[in-house]
Design a protein around this ligand. Structure first.
Ligand SMILES: Cc1cc2nc3c(=O)[nH]c(=O)nc-3n(C[C@H](O)[C@H](O)[C@H](O)COP(=O)(O)O)c2cc1C
Length: 243
């Protein structure tokens, strides 16, 4: 259709990188692209912390559940929701600053749009990326490393670098499975679409030598038990409110 859509639909996560460093101007261009994403009422509630210290990178491997790519990638960013500057503005003016779930959601949404624009920018420059949700595995230990102040909430990591692997595009649900006209379909239609996708992704898992039988089984396993259960308390301790 056009180069942008082609780039977006060619996305795949990259988990092995060449050691070549990323020029500073490429990082700056990606940050600018990230910042230009839409942001709720222009609040710009995000920050990226570039982790350069090799010892900290090594520590991040265990903190993210053994993901060696967080140390091996040339650029690793910790993406945070950031309302600290809003709070400092209020404190300086001696006015109240109200927090609730809405504030947390604004920061999560803003930070995610910021990060995804960066991902697209990096991919347009030929780099590969991988988000790292494992950054939330152990927020108290992560805090010892990042020492983020109240109002700054680490959400996920981002590995960036020149790909050192061939990867194929992972098929998604059919568009008609996620786009509906006027009303949401009934459960039978939803499950029929899931069955259809299971057949597609099974082929992809096989050709990528993955043991996962299908998407349904993966989803079942992923949500069988609660994970990262302490995170609600940690974010609240860092100034978030879920009221
Ligand atoms: C918020 C978020 C967190 C993720 N965390 C991880 C992670 O910790 N480790 C990893 O290898 N991939 C991670 N991924 C990558 C996903 O597994 C990947 O995007 C998904 O399987 C689809 O594959 P694709 O990106 O190649 O299309 C994450 C993706 C997102 C959006």
């Amino acid at each position: 259709m056009n180069d942008v859509v082609d780039l977006l639909t060619a996305h795949r996560s990259v988990r092995r990188f060449k050691p070549d460093p990323i020029p500073e101007e490429h990082l700056q261009a990606a940050i600018r692209a990230g910042q230009q994403a839409a942001t709720s009422s222009n609040i710009q509630a995000y920050a990226a912390i570039r982790i350069t210290d090799p010892a900290v990178r090594d520590r991040l491997i265990s903190l993210t559940g053994g993901q060696e790519k967080v140390a091996a990638c040339p650029l690793f960013l910790a993406i945070c929701g950031d309302v600290r500057r809003h709070r400092l503005i209020a404190a300086r003016a001696d006015v109240p600053h109200a927090s609730n779930l809405e504030e947390f959601l604004l920061a999560v949404i803003d930070a995610t749009l910021f990060a995804q624009n960066m991902v697209v920018a990096f991919e347009s420059m030929g780099y590969g990326t991988c988000y790292i949700g494992g950054l939330r595995n152990d927020l108290p230990a992560l805090h010892e490393v990042l020492r983020t102040p109240e109002g700054v909430w680490p959400l996920f990591g981002l590995c960036v670098g020149t790909p050192d692997q061939e990867t194929s595009v992972r098929p998604r649900l059919d568009p008609e499975t996620v786009l509906f006209d006027d009303v949401y379909p009934d459960d039978a239609a939803v499950l029929a679409a899931v069955d259809q996708y299971d057949r597609t992704i099974t082929d992809w898992y096989r050709s990528n030598r993955m043991k996962t039988p299908n998407w349904s089984s993966r989803i079942q396993r992923q949500f069988e038990e609660l994970r990262r259960t302490g995170n609600s308390a940690w974010y609240q301790g860092a100034g978030a409110s879920f009221e």
